[in-house]
Every structure is written in C-alpha cells, then in structure tokens.
Design a protein around this ligand. Structure first.
Ligand code: DQA
Length: 145
C-alpha cells in the first residue's frame, strides 16, 4: 500500500510557526515519524510540501495510478481553493483532509472548507496525531486480506 502526505503553504515552517497553535514538532520530524510509522504498519509513505497552489494540483494529478490513499493538509487553501477541490475530485483517489489546529475554534474564515466535501473525511484539532490517525484509517480500510 502506498500513501502520500501532501502539505500546503506554510506547513514547511512547522515547529517554528505559531507554536502555540501548531506545536513544536518540525515538518521534518513529522514526516520522518510518519514514514517510520507507515513502514511499521506495512505501508509505504511519501511526502510532498509546497507553498504553491499549482504544484499541489500537479502533485494530485501525478498521484493517479501511483498511490492508494492521500492525506492532505491544504493549509489556508482549504478555505478558498476551488482548483484544489477540483483536483481532488479529478484524481479520484481517497483523500483525508487533516488540520493540526481545530479550525472550528478559530477565525470564522477557517470554519469553511471548500476542499473537505471532495474528501472522504476530515480530521481537525488533534495536532499532528491527525496525520497518524489518517494512516491508521487507510491501513484498516485498504489492507488486502
Ligand atoms: C491548518 C489550518 C489552516 O486554517 C491554516 O491556514 C493552516 C494550517 C491546520 O493544520 O490547522 O495553514 O490547515
């Protein structure tokens, strides 16, 4: 099973960026932790991060036929990128949307996700554990008997 983690704008700065909201774990710690966890669970996990909408869209297109599931934190694009939402639908792959912070407890503009309706589900507010829970979901639902 091959999983892909896609992180959008500003998530490369995890650890240093507003640590009161996003915690102190760095982006590279998160990705190495996820890779090790996926491997332990018998899956392969790749990661991609970009601050550019078009690159995130290209990444979703390039995932077609390669990955079994995608875990995506679109950052602020969540709240307004119809292009990213369309790319999720176009890719036709199961995508779980993850947010580190509880977007519903924050500013009103963060309460709306235009991308979530294109995803199978959303995990929000559980810190970086949300990414691990999404890996677990794919392991449990996609694992071949
Ligand atoms: C975020 C929440 C978004 O509103 C914000 O723009 C981010 C991070 C989160 O993981 O909590 O960049 O997606």
């Amino acid at each position: 099973m091959k999983l892909l983690v896609i992180n959008g704008p500003n998530l490369n700065l995890l650890g240093g960026r507003e640590p009161n909201i996003y915690g102190s774990e760095t982006y590279s710690d998160l990705i190495s932790g996820l890779k090790a966890y996926a491997q332990k669970m018998g899956a392969e996990l790749d990661a991609f991060q970009s601050n550019h909408e078009g690159q995130l869209i290209d990444c979703l297109h390039n995932a077609i036929g390669v990955y079994d599931g995608i875990i995506m934190n679109p950052g602020a694009y969540t709240h307004y990128s119809y292009a990213l939402r369309d790319a999720v639908l176009a890719a036709g792959l199961p995508v779980i949307e993850v947010h580190i912070s509880n977007v519903h407890k924050r500013e009103a503009f963060r309460h709306v996700s235009v991308t979530a309706p294109a995803c199978i589900g959303q995990i929000t507010g559980l810190g970086t554990q949300g990414y691990y829970l999404a890996v677990d979901y794919f392991i449990r639902t996609l694992k071949k008997p």
